[in-house]
Ligand binder design. Structure first.
Ligand code: PAF
Length: 284
């Protein structure tokens, strides 16, 4: 695996590539990331991963400084997974001057759920992903980028960004990887204490239960939904979580369902000091 840091080195390394297959990450790689790299590899002629902890997508009180940076282990994992090229820009490579031009995502999609609780988050994500796309796909007629469904809203926002800017990049979704007990893999799981880790699956269990109830109430969902969501939220809080949201949405645009549409159940909640997110697509 070749490792490059600057934009110039990246462009040189990709000079012959026709269709790069790209997996952007913030490092601290786990099986979920590696599954995305495995999925990406046959979709292009060169597989590229990036590692960059993007300051722009963290709020001032969030964990930018303490976000786990595990460079050696990440390189070893990517090498073992067969990644061809790792782009690991330094901050000065991606942000040589303060990033005053930003990519502003559609508020109808980006100002709800994560965007409501982490204002500016999706602007930071879109801005860095646009810069990474420009770096990896510059001069290419086509390319593919794989993002995990674990960050469901992020995947939707970035897919829309690529469509609306007519970027020559196919955005592909990767399934969420889960631990044996059902906890969605996430770099932030590493913040959990042993006892918190044992309870962390309660979030996905609460989402599954809420999804089941929503499907069972499908005939009267718009009228029943508030009560079902409030009950799910109370149930999780009673187990010691502080929940931001547990909600049932239409898969197409993350708006509230009117009945009969494919559904996704999404949640974000804090266990001790760790904020976890998860989601489940519900099949009726
Ligand atoms: O999902 C992530 O790890 C990040 O939000 C991303 C897409 C790499 C942008 O920094």
């Amino acid at each position: 695996m070749k490792i490059v840091h600057s934009l110039a080195e990246l462009r040189q390394a990709l000079a012959e590539a026709r269709r790069p297959a790209f997996v952007p990450t913030m490092g601290n790689l786990h099986e979920g990331h590696l599954a995305l790299v495995r999925q990406a590899r046959p979709l292009g002629d060169v597989s590229v991963a990036s590692i960059f902890v993007n300051r722009l997508q963290f709020l001032p009180h969030e964990d930018f400084d303490s976000y786990p940076r595990t460079w050696e282990a990440d390189c070893a994992k990517l090498r073992a997974t067969g990644c061809d090229l790792l782009f690991a820009p330094r901050e000065a490579d991606l942000y040589p001057e303060p990033q005053t031009f930003k990519v502003q995502p559609d508020p109808a999609l980006a100002d709800l759920l994560e965007g409501q609780f982490r204002p500016g988050f999706f602007t930071g994500v879109c801005t860095v992903v646009m810069k990474l796309f420009m770096a990896v796909f510059a001069g290419k007629a086509e390319g593919v980028a794989v993002f995990g469904k674990k960050d469901y809203q992020q995947l939707m926002v970035l897919r829309r960004m690529a469509q609306q800017f007519a970027l020559p990049v196919e955005v592909v979704a990767g399934e969420t990887c889960r631990a044996a007990d059902g906890l969605a893999l996430s770099s932030r799981n590493g913040y959990l204490s042993e006892s918190e880790r044992a309870r962390a699956v309660q979030l996905s269990l609460a989402l599954r239960e809420l999804g089941r109830e929503a499907l069972a109430a499908a005939h009267a969902l718009p009228q029943r939904l508030d009560a079902l969501e409030a009950q799910a939220l109370e149930g999780l809080q009673a187990q010691g979580w502080q929940a931001d949201y547990l909600t049932v949405r239409r898969r197409s645009d993350l708006q509230r369902p009117q009945g009969g549409e494919p559904l996704v159940v999404l949640g974000a909640a804090r266990l001790g000091g760790t904020r976890l997110i998860d989601n489940l697509e519900m099949d009726s």
